[in-house]
Design a protein. Structure first.
Length: 259
């Protein structure tokens, strides 16, 4: 009995030691994979916090099992294509308070379906590619950016079906219609379909061009007719100014003899 107790005690100690060793390896592995300047922790998944890390670009060595990613308050200026493509478990992405100006067309490829929250507020985004947010299921925050309100932005917001309140929070810094500058985008979109403006402008330009050519043709015809009339009048006056031809006496006698 004593041997059995001793064996059980040693087995339990070995199990605890092995478990501690495995946990230590896992923690060391996670810490070694954490990007430079970031802090990684486990709480319902891997949380990677790179806030206020003076980053100038998005790290390319992010752990694939990342669930929450905080990249706010840095100096990031762009979001390249497929930068998050390996983060298949990513649910929260915070990129607020950066200097982001450019978002490539496929920037969110690979995470568009899994993201639940995307924060791009307080950046320098003026416009994005019309497909930049395709298939994005997340609730996006994109307010407090110097947006240029045009057809592309209208198409982008239409593709974000669950973000009607987002459109209401967007203020047009500039717009294809000057009167919409400084107004909420939703009001501007309700006043005019921004995607029809280029077509209308083209139609007006064509009408103006056609009217111009028509005016030129009419003016030429009128000028041509008046010029001809003037030439005809001068020619007639010239003929009238010529002295009339009088018959000579010899010619009159010849005519009488013949008769």
């Amino acid at each position: 009995m004593h041997l059995v107790d001793l064996w059980l005690t040693r087995s339990l100690s070995m199990c605890l030691l092995l478990q501690s060793f495995v946990l230590m390896i896992l923690c060391f592995h996670s810490a070694s994979m954490c990007p430079k300047g970031c802090l990684c922790s486990h709480s319902g998944g891997l949380n990677v916090s790179c806030s206020n890390a003076n980053l100038k670009e998005i790290p390319r060595d992010l752990p694939p099992e990342t669930v929450l990613l905080y990249l706010d308050s840095n100096q990031i200026t762009s979001i390249p294509n497929e930068i998050f493509k390996d983060l298949h478990q990513l649910r929260v992405l915070n990129l607020s308070k950066n200097g982001i100006e450019f978002i490539d067309e496929h920037a969110f490829k690979g995470v568009a379906e899994t993201l639940q929250t995307l924060d791009l507020s307080e950046n320098r985004i003026q416009s994005v590619h019309k497909n930049a947010f395709n298939n994005l299921k997340a609730r996006a925050r994109i307010a407090n950016n110097p947006w240029h309100c045009d057809c592309t932005l209208q198409q982008v917001l239409r593709s974000m079906a669950s973000n009607h309140e987002t459109a209401n929070n967007i203020i047009c810094k500039t717009s294809v219609l000057d009167e919409h500058a400084g107004r909420p985008f939703l009001n501007a979109a309700n006043d005019a379909d921004l995607c029809n403006l280029p077509k209308k402008t083209t139609d007006y330009a064509m009408l103006v061009t056609m009217f111009g050519w028509f005016t030129m043709v009419i003016s030429y015809v009128v000028y041509y007719v008046r010029q001809n009339q003037e030439d005809a009048r001068r020619h007639l006056e010239y003929l009238k100014s010529l002295p009339s031809r009088q018959k000579k006496p010899d010619e009159a006698d010849d005519i009488s003899t013949v008769v």
